[in-house]
Design a protein around this ligand. Structure first.
Ligand code: SPV
Ligand code: MN
Length: 651
């Protein structure tokens, strides 16, 4: 359950402003005439009360209203340089921001949902009771902006007017956070009131880095108040912890869809991209993958790239599935980004003059950023996320310090990327999505691509994602279940989210042509796990184009497929021309390795999921029905062909 506006709004409890008159008195006292003039555009009472309470709580020396004008954005850039949150690099428009060494990724163990007594949460999430959160906020956030300027920006998570777009306020003393917000989100200052009215809600985010010192990081908290759709973040700067327009508000959006938009909308951790098929037709994909599993790369493979991290999906009046990107920029991992795999992104990073905020990479003496896997000559020394660095430098635990942090990132507008479909991205009608994909880092079990035979089986693919831990979360390790690649962002019970997925994808509102193809993708199979004498990954980054290309043909009815218990598998003869088109040899022997069914591995995976979901309350029975059906069909195959079933035995 999610009950909005339940119990007290912590901001109001601390700031004690609950009327427009009270809010205006505080605002008039704390803003200079220029900023007061700007804020006079905003008439939404709740929004003004939120801003006033944040001022009372944080006690900044000054308040800056970011109207989104060129002058205001320039002020923010300069403020960030003055404060030392960013420094200029050699290339015009490029800056470097370092997060503290302890704050290089999402601080999952310090991230909590604020809940009311008796509320049921996701088994994968941490929660804190409202009263406890209030104590923390009183202790650490009162006066946290003394000596600083509070910046307030008004953004839209999506093109203004889109059915699934929701407005949000970002309040922070960090100019880096506001600067990033300006790159990643659409400033909707002029439309804020109308959008808040249209959608009936807005999100609020309050952050301060405080003194920004290592000693304070243990006290850092990322709190998300589900009932009031308000976030609080302290003593950290990493954007995943502080720019809560991104994952903080994504969580609220997931919550909102799960409990208030059933059969209407979904909020997913998905890229959106278009592929050009025969005759120039465009087919749009939305695909989920856990953080750090190639989502950005996959997105950019398309001819019409829309977004690399988040998607808001809905069923339109005409029965089609539609998607918008709540963002307009990329906060992308740079490790292993190089000319071969990511030519368009590299052009922005090394070539023409788009603005880039780099974070946590190595800066050489000439002010040029470097990162692991860039396939260029690398310097032997420089400054990185832990200070001065030289090749061979070790940390206190005697571990070699890498040149760049594994989660170092680049922040830039998506429209700077050559294959970005900028106009379509801004269309409030969204793009029509025909293919949904789910993928993880799976070295030994699932084939590179398979298609669900029904909507229910598609939901089961999403529920069954697994992945090795990545550097995007502090302290994560091992192979983990990653339901829909969205689990870190699902506040409520997983069972409720799953039920909403079943309802959505089985909806009668879809037209026959509007029902998406739902597929699994896996780029991480290795030779070692396929009985080959070779080493390492069975595929390459560039193969992604083939898997998406095949799905494009399949979704449009141009190719058939081979039926198997886990879903439909591609035919060699349909893949071969797609590999030809990327100038790559594709021997039948490789296909045979990739698509052979390793029954024991798959059954083990099904057992793992069945057991794990069995411990979770209220999981829809149809999930277990699908697992049971697939398992018995797999075991029947094993009976007939042995533990490794060649793809040719199925066709
Ligand atoms: C991710 O880790 O999934 C990201 C970056 O997209 S963060 O903002 O940290 O969530
Ligand atoms: Mn992400």
């Amino acid at each position: 359950m999610l009950e909005l506006k339940k119990n007290d709004d912590i901001l109001t409890v601390v700031g004690r402003i609950d009327s427009l008159a009270g809010a205006m008195a505080i605002i008039e006292k704390n803003l200079d005439s220029a900023n007061l003039q700007k804020l006079s555009r905003i008439k939404n009472t709740d929004a003004l009360i939120k801003v006033a309470n944040a001022i009372v709580m944080c006690q900044p020396d000054a308040v800056f209203i970011d109207s989104g004008s060129a002058a205001d954005v320039q002020w923010i850039r300069e403020h960030s340089l003055t404060k030392g949150e960013e420094n200029k690099l050699a290339k015009e428009g490029h800056t470097i921001h370092f997060d503290l060494p302890q704050d290089q990724a999402r601080l999952v163990n310090q991230t909590y949902y604020i809940i009311n007594e008796g509320e049921q949460m996701s088994s994968l999430a941490k929660s804190v009771l409202r009263a406890e959160a209030l104590e923390y906020i009183k202790k650490f956030m009162v006066g946290i902006m003394k000596g600083k300027t509070m910046m307030v920006g008004f953004f839209s998570r999506g093109p203004v007017g889109a059915p699934a777009a929701i407005p949000a306020i970002e309040i922070s003393s960090s100019a880096y956070v506001l600067h990033s917000a300006e790159i990643l989100y659409r400033n909707c200052f002029e439309h804020f009131d109308a959008e808040a009215q249209r959608t009936g809600l807005f999100f609020t985010n309050v952050h301060s880095e405080g003194e920004n010192v290592t000693e304070n990081v243990p006290n850092a908290r990322i709190f998300m108040d589900r009932s009031w759709m308000t976030t609080f973040a302290t003593f950290c700067t990493y954007a995943g912890n502080t720019l809560l327009l991104k994952k903080g508000n994504h969580r609220f959006s997931v919550d909102f869809c799960t409990y208030y938009k059933v059969e209407e909308q979904l909020s997913e951790h998905m890229f959106i991209t278009g592929m050009t098929g025969p005759g120039g037709r465009k087919t749009f994909f939305a695909g989920a993958a856990p953080s750090g599993c190639g989502k950005t790369t996959t997105a950019m493979v398309g001819s019409d790239f829309i977004g690399d991290d988040l998607a808001q999906l809905w069923i339109a009046e005409d029965g089609s599935l539609r998607a918008i990107n709540p963002e307009k920029g990329i906060f992308g991992i740079v490790e292993d980004v190089n000319l071969e795999g990511d030519p368009f992104l590299m052009k922005c990073l090394r070539g023409h003059g788009t603005e880039v905020i780099w974070s946590n990479v190595l800066i050489d003496k000439d002010g040029t950023p470097h990162w692991a896997g860039h396939n260029e000559e690398a310097p032997k020394e420089g400054i990185n996320f832990q200070g001065e660095w030289f090749e061979g430098k070790r940390d206190a635990d005697d571990h070699l310090i890498p040149m760049s942090h594994k989660n170092s990132r680049c922040t830039l507008v998506a429209s700077a990327i050559d294959n970005h479909a900028t106009e379509l991205s801004e269309d409030p009608k969204g793009v029509p999505v025909k293919v949904i994909t789910y993928s993880g880092r799976d070295g030994d079990t699932m084939p590179p691509v398979w298609v669900a035979k029904s909507a229910d089986e598609g939901v089961a693919i999403g529920a069954s994602i697994v992945s090795k831990a990545t550097a995007t979360e502090v302290g994560a390790s091992g192979v983990r279940r990653q339901p829909w690649a969205n689990a870190p962002f699902i506040p409520g019970a997983l069972a409720d989210y799953m039920e909403a997925q079943f309802t959505f994808f089985n909806s009668k509102k879809f037209s026959a042509a509007g029902k998406p193809v739902i597929a699994g993708l896996n780029y991480f199979l290795t030779h070692e796990n396929r009985g080959s004498s070779g080493k390492g990954l069975l595929g390459e980054k560039k193969d992604v184009k083939v898997w998406l290309g095949w799905l494009e043909l399949y979704a449009n009815g141009n190719v058939g497929a081979i039926e198997s218990p886990i879903g439909m598998l591609p035919r060699y003869n349909d893949l071969k021309p797609l590999f030809d088109s990327i100038n790559k040899e594709y021997p039948k022997s490789l296909y045979d390795m990739q698509f052979a069914l390793y029954i024991d591995n798959i059954v083990k995976r099904i057992d793992l999921q069945t057991e794990a979901y069995g411990k979770e309350g209220n999981i829809p029975g149809r999930l277990f029905d699908i697992y049971a059906k697939q398992k018995s069909a797999l075991l029947a195959l094993k009976e007939k062909f042995g533990a490794v079933v060649a793809i040719d035995s199925l066709s």
